[in-house]
Design a protein around this ligand. Structure first.
Ligand SMILES: Nc1ncnc2c1ncn2[C@@H]1O[C@H](COP(=O)(O)OP(=O)(O)OP(=O)(O)O)[C@@H](O)[C@H]1O
Length: 295
């Protein structure tokens, strides 16, 4: 269902993440770049939201501000009820480790560690002894179908398997929010489907809240809500799962037989053609932070 308020969670649902009037500007004066211009987003607990938009529209910046990896120039970001923008660095790191899991296009696994050791990493960083936490890491790897690859290093795993290890690492601390930046961008369509099903499972089975940046309409169609960014503004929203992927004011396209993925692709095409300013190759503007930063 279209909703002019891009943010409000549904009735009776609490917000796991709330961003209000978030602006992110790089530089000053005439050379300033406005990555986000007064964005309002609210994610219901236990929901799956995709963020789409042309290259350079601010998707990665939105994700990184939401997760406390980047600081807005103005506005408010509340995660689990806590205001991130006023937190010191150490408090922010603690909050992130406890409440946010990350998945990136490039997997960000440490190559010298086994799958199990990679998954244990966030627990070790939180000061929890590896020996006691091993069953938890194994359970997370089991959840993503890799119980038999505990001792494999990333170089011995396929891209899809590496992304599943990254997902197990994101899930092992049972975070409220999972931030995924192009999690299927480096995967073939079949492997991508597996990873999306696991993200869906984290929402439906574990009650996690997923915020996922993607260029892929098929990936976005797996989400409950798709938010569209253009030039730093949130410009539209649709809800593919509820069968309401219908452009505002155009009742006709909700006709049976119109697939959500096609509506999403159409919407993207119209945004890319309408004054979007491509500035870089997809995924290139904001590189994923090193694994140890995003843990
Ligand atoms: N550190 C930075 N310094 C200057 N400009 C930046 C910086 N990081 C991002 N930007 C700019 O902010 C804008 C939004 O970037 P962002 O990476 O969020 O877009 P995006 O939609 O994720 O792009 P893509 O799809 O290409 O990954 C772009 O114009 C980008 O060049």
């Amino acid at each position: 269902m279209w909703n002019d308020d891009f943010g409000e969670p549904g009735p009776g649902r609490s917000a796991a993440l709330r961003m209000t009037a978030v602006t992110r500007r790089h530089g000053r004066g005439r050379s300033a770049v406005h990555a986000l211009r007064g964005v309002d987003v609210s994610l219901s607990a236990g929901s799956f939201t995709a963020v789409m938009g042309p290259s350079g529209s601010g998707k990665s910046t939105l994700l990184q501000c939401a997760a406390g990896l980047d600081r807005p120039t103005a506005g408010s970001v509340r995660l689990g009820g806590q205001e991130l923008t006023r937190m010191g660095r150490r408090a922010l790191t603690r909050l992130r480790r406890a409440h946010v899991g990350f998945v990136f296009q490039s997997f960000n696994l440490l190559p010298s560690l086994t799958a199990e050791q990679n998954v244990l990493l966030p627990l070790r960083l939180a000061g929890r002894p590896a020996r006691r936490e091993r069953p938890r890491a194994r359970e997370a790897l089991d959840r993503v179908g890799l119980a038999d690859r505990l001792h494999s290093r990333p170089g011995e795993l396929s891209g899809g398997q590496q992304q599943r290890v990254a997902l197990a690492r994101a899930l092992v601390t049972e975070p409220e929010v999972i931030c995924a930046d192009e999690p299927t961008g480096a995967l073939d369509p079949v492997t991508a489907e597996d990873v999306l099903a696991l993200l869906r499972d984290a929402v439906d089975g574990l009650g996690a809240t997923v915020l996922m940046v993607t260029h892929d309409p098929a990936a976005a169609a797996c989400a409950d809500t798709v938010l569209f960014l253009a030039d730093g503004h949130l410009v539209d929203r649709l809800e593919p799962a509820s069968g309401s992927a219908v452009p505002r004011g155009d009742g006709g396209t909700g006709a049976p037989g119109v697939r959500p993925v096609d509506v999403i692709a159409d919407r993207m095409r119209s945004l890319s053609g309408a004054g979007a300013r491509p500035r870089s190759a997809p995924g290139a503007a904001v590189p994923a932070p090193p694994a140890e930063v995003a843990l």
